[in-house]
Ligand binder design. Structure first.
Ligand code: BG6
Length: 475
């Protein structure tokens, strides 16, 4: 018997900028990722001042979904997708972000995309901000450091909520809003908010000010969405990366508890509707003062998220007394777990951590959880026969789906859906590479600019088709 409910939302996830291409088509403005160059594992992507000659900007073409969405959706339908998560690129709708009227050609693209999904019986799940704010908002206002951007975002959301009132039910406000708590990594703040925190005198002061603006924006959007259509389900989204104590020493336990507050802060505010108790002493100790308007407390309270969306890729460990230098660590705040294997990009593989994460989150919030990202970025090879035998991906996803099923059937967690990341190969967010592939569908496009963008079914394509047909049975 299946461990998954009958109406479970099986599908896949992408983001507009990582698949669409067409970066300046039909009136689209420049977004923050359009000035982000290609990097690789260990080589950071650069943010250039404008689109500069001689630089490589992989998101400009991505995998050309802008022109090939119809063919791609047919492949999603063939796999049996019940839902498809993508984002609406803000800069297609408001090219500069601060206009008062939208770009009709940009909306027309999403009309066609959403209608196509619905005609195939696939429920759209729409992220409103997935690392692609209009670049003009960064240049003119300093990104989310300015409260002015709150109004721009609300206008954008009102436009698409109204347009798709009867077509879209599931919305997510900010993708992985808590990435930027890793404020010492320029890419995270830049993609979340258009702000590079390390360029500011008091980086954490800026971080929390930016976050406050996004919390207010998110809450306003949730409340507004419920007026436009009371049946809308509007979620908050965090990257969920459990940080286990490195040992059973009580100091490590406390260090892990403290570190986890950085993971939970955003969902604590967005799901519960107020700041959590632990933030005030933390801000006092660091001399942080966040500017808030008088009615913000009420705005946060009135705009609580309907569900929690998470991405889940890995776990790490936290050590109360970490070594000064740890060249293997992916993040400054955590270390690698000696008990776990890792992907070629150093992301540790921990299916049980997903079950643990789901239980922790459900106990904390008692709200439905949507796993909107999970997956293995790997190097795929096409055989001479044309086959792509990605058994490693099947193994990774099988183990995570098993863990998800156990969280539902044995722990009683209310999980509403599962959309593996990059269901079609796309441009990597952290590295800008094509070769870091996640898809069930292979795209013939490579980091040296070669490839004809043709699509090919991988072995995992047929496997996932069977998983969906059998409501979660992985063999
Ligand atoms: C998440 C993002 O952090 O992880 C996606 O929401 C991203 O945009 C995904 O692509 C995987 O990361 P990467 O760097 O492997 O593409």
């Amino acid at each position: 018997m299946s461990k998954f409910p009958e109406n479970f939302l099986w599908g896949g996830a992408v983001a507009a900028h990582q698949v669409e291409g067409g970066w300046n088509a039909d009136g689209k403005g420049i977004s923050i990722v359009d000035v982000l160059t290609k990097g690789e594992h260990g080589v950071p992507r650069k943010m250039t001042d404008n689109v500069e000659a001689g630089e490589v900007y992989p998101n400009h073409q991505a995998v050309d979904f802008y022109h090939r969405y119809s063919q791609d959706i047919a492949l999603f339908a063939e796999m049996g997708f019940k839902c498809f998560r993508t984002s609406i690129a803000w800069s297609r709708i408001f090219p500069n972000g601060d206009e008062s009227t939208p770009n009709e050609a940009g909306l027309a693209f999403y009309d066609r995309l959403i209608d196509n999904l619905l005609s195939q019986g696939i429920e759209p799940v729409i992220t409103l901000s997935h690392f692609e704010m209009p670049y003009h908002l960064v240049k003119a206002y300093g990104g989310w450091a300015s409260r002015k951007v709150v109004d721009c975002f609300v206008r954008f959301c009102e436009t698409v909520f109204t347009r798709y009132r009867d077509k879209v039910t599931y919305w997510i406000t900010f993708n992985e809003i808590n990435n930027q708590l890793n404020w010492d990594y320029p890419l995270f703040g830049y993609c979340n908010s258009g702000v590079i925190f390390t360029e500011h005198d008091h980086p954490e002061q800026m971080l929390y000010q930016v976050l406050h603006h996004q919390f207010v924006a998110s809450a306003k959007v949730v409340a507004l969405g419920h007026v436009i259509n009371p049946d809308f389900k509007i979620g908050s989204m965090i990257h969920m990366m459990p940080l286990y104590p490195a040992t059973c020493h009580p100091d490590d336990l406390l260090a892990s508890q403290r570190a986890m507050r950085d993971k939970y802060l955003c969902s604590d505010v967005q799901v519960r509707g107020h700041y959590p108790h632990y933030i005030w002493p933390q801000w006092a100790a660091k001399g942080i003062q966040v500017a808030m308007d008088d009615d913000d407390v009420q705005i946060l309270e009135n705009g609580r998220a309907d569900f929690l969306a998470i991405s889940y890729y890995m776990t790490n460990i936290v050590d109360a007394n970490p070594p000064e230098e740890d060249e293997n660590a992916l993040f400054s705040a955590s270390r690698l777990n000696p008990h776990l294997p890792a992907s070629d990009w150093g992301w540790q593989i921990d299916p049980k951590g997903l079950r643990y994460a789901l239980s922790e989150l459900y106990e904390r919030y008692e709200k439905p959880i949507f796993v909107v990202e999970n997956g293995l970025g790997a190097l795929d090879t096409m055989e001479a026969s044309g086959e792509i035998n990605d058994d490693y991906r099947i193994s990774y996803l099988s183990q995570h789906i098993e863990a998800l099923g156990e969280a539902i059937s044995q722990d009683g967690v209310d999980v509403i859906g599962y959309t593996p990341w990059g269901c079609i190969d796309c441009v990597s967010f952290t590295t800008g590479e094509y070769r870091k592939r996640y898809g069930f569908i292979y795209v013939d496009r490579h980091d040296d600019g070669s490839g004809d963008f043709s699509r090919h079914r991988k072995k995992s394509f047929y496997w996932y088709q069977s998983v969906i047909a059998n409501n979660g049975l992985t063999e």
